[in-house]
Design a protein around this ligand. Structure first.
Ligand SMILES: Nc1ncnc2c1ncn2[C@@H]1O[C@H](COP(=O)(O)OP(=O)(O)O)[C@@H](O)[C@H]1O
Ligand SMILES: CC(=O)OP(=O)(O)O
Ligand SMILES: [Mg+2]
Length: 399
């Protein structure tokens, strides 16, 4: 049975086709910098042991165009991996915001789609793209089972003290205003890998997902007990284009003093802030080059970025009342050795000591980079949201 997984992030679209139950990836790919002139697709597929890579640049203004282009590659006669739409039994969709309704993988019905639509304004960079991908997949694979796996699901175990805001009670009871948390599929995947590696099912873990969107989760015995994103994926860490935590007074001030509209404020905080706002680019690879060239603004941005993560490490060590491991994952977390070094600086008090040499040695798969005298393990765990989604889809009764 083939399961195609579509993971639409804020600036990217990732996909993998798995043969189940052996979880063998048939092909995988990534569309990056969607909407920019240098957007590109990198598609990889395997024939026996041979790996074939196809690359294509430009002409990818949005997630709709990107998915169409990807599906064209998958179905190209002669070279593609799909010869008929019926080759695909299940399409697993990453959906970022599921509100309080969804704690499990869910078969997509018109009612589920309607709920995803009602949450557009809470996750404006994600839910519209996720919805678009569902519509395209429904048309392309009319006989496949379409399943949504929500970023919010893993965090549904948080206790009220972590997920409630101190607003009048009716705002929760009637409007469901609360912390939802995101990147749950990734936090779940990497913390489970870490628990197996530590051989400790009751491990106290801090998962640090640093991609274009960034978030952290405090995970105790496999359950999320707190997370840095909130009602929407805007709170917490500094991200590619999002501000992260900010005093709401700034919003009132900008509305009053400059007459900014709600749409302008949303664009400011979601699309023009974070690393992009501070440096002019949201890509950490470019910022890293600028830091090496002694660019002061890029250096400041990295300092702010690392400092915010360190603050949350302190907070989450407190709420966990102990710590077995911190986990770095996603595009920046897995690849940027300098940001890991800055984040782990001066955390000896918490028992966190990085081995500088191990940190700089890139090997594939999970790796431990703490020094021999570190009380806490420091792990780099490559995330695989697509595999986690495929596994959840496969386990769904009836698949
Ligand atoms: N080698 C690298 N060094 C530093 N940053 C990197 C590297 N590779 C990727 N990144 C960063 O990872 C980000 C994308 O991470 P990813 O987890 O794929 O994000 P998302 O899923 O949110 O689109 C890019 O914006 C880039 O800044
Ligand atoms: C929720 C979120 O920010 O996702 P991504 O990092 O994929 O943009
Ligand atoms: Mg992502």
């Amino acid at each position: 049975m083939n399961i195609l997984v579509i993971n639409a992030g804020s600036s990217s679209l990732k996909y993998q086709l798995f043969r189940m139950p052996d979880e063998k990836p048939v092909c995988t790919g990534l569309v990056e910098r969607i909407g920019q002139a240098d957007a590109f697709i990198r598609h990889k597929q395997w024939e026996g042991d041979a790996e074939k890579v196809t690359e294509r640049t430009g002409g990818l203004p949005d997630h709709y165009a990107s998915l169409h282009e990807v599906l064209a590659i998958l179905a190209t006669p002669g070279t593609g991996v799909i010869s008929s739409p019926d080759d695909i039994a299940v399409v697993g969709h990453r959906v970022v915001h599921g509100g309080e309704q969804f704690a499990d993988p869910t078969i997509i019905t018109p009612a589920v789609k309607e709920t995803i639509r009602t949450l557009f304004s809470l996750a404006p960079l994600h839910n519209p793209a996720n919805y678009t991908c569902i519509e395209v997949a429904e048309k392309t694979f009319p006989h496949a089972r379409q399943v949504a796996v929500f970023d919010t699901a893993f965090h549904q175990t948080m206790p009220p003290q972590a997920y409630r805001y101190a607003l009048p009670e009716s705002y929760y009871r009637e409007k469901r205003i609360r912390v939802y948390g995101f990147h749950g599929t990734s936090h779940k995947y990497v913390t489970q890998k870490a628990m197996v590696w530590l051989q400790k099912p009751d491990a106290k873990l801090i998962s640090i997902h640093l991609g274009n969107g960034c978030s952290m989760a405090a995970v105790d015995s496999g359950r999320s007990i707190d997370t840095s994103m909130g009602f929407g994926p805007l709170a917490g860490l500094i991200m590619g284009t999002r501000s992260g935590d900010i005093d709401p007074s700034v919003v009132f001030h900008l509305m009053e003093s400059e007459g900014k509209t709600e749409a302008e404020i949303s664009a400011l905080l979601n699309k023009q802030s974070g690393l992009l706002g501070l440096t002019g680019t949201n890509d950490m690879r470019d910022i890293r080059k600028a830091v090496r060239a002694s660019d002061a603004q890029a250096t400041l941005a990295c300092d702010l970025y690392a400092y915010r993560v360190r603050k949350y490490i302190g907070a989450y060590t407190a709420v966990l009342n102990g710590l077995d491991a911190i986990i770095f994952t996603a595009g920046v977390g897995e690849n940027d050795v300098d940001i890991r070094e800055s984040i782990c600086q001066d955390l000896d008090y918490l028992g966190i000591r990085l081995d500088l040499e191990k940190n700089r040695t890139a090997t594939p798969g999970l790796r431990a980079i703490q020094s021999a005298d570190s009380r806490v393990a420091i792990l780099v765990v490559p995330t695989n949201e697509e595999l986690e989604i495929a596994q959840q889809c496969y386990r769904l009764p009836g698949t």
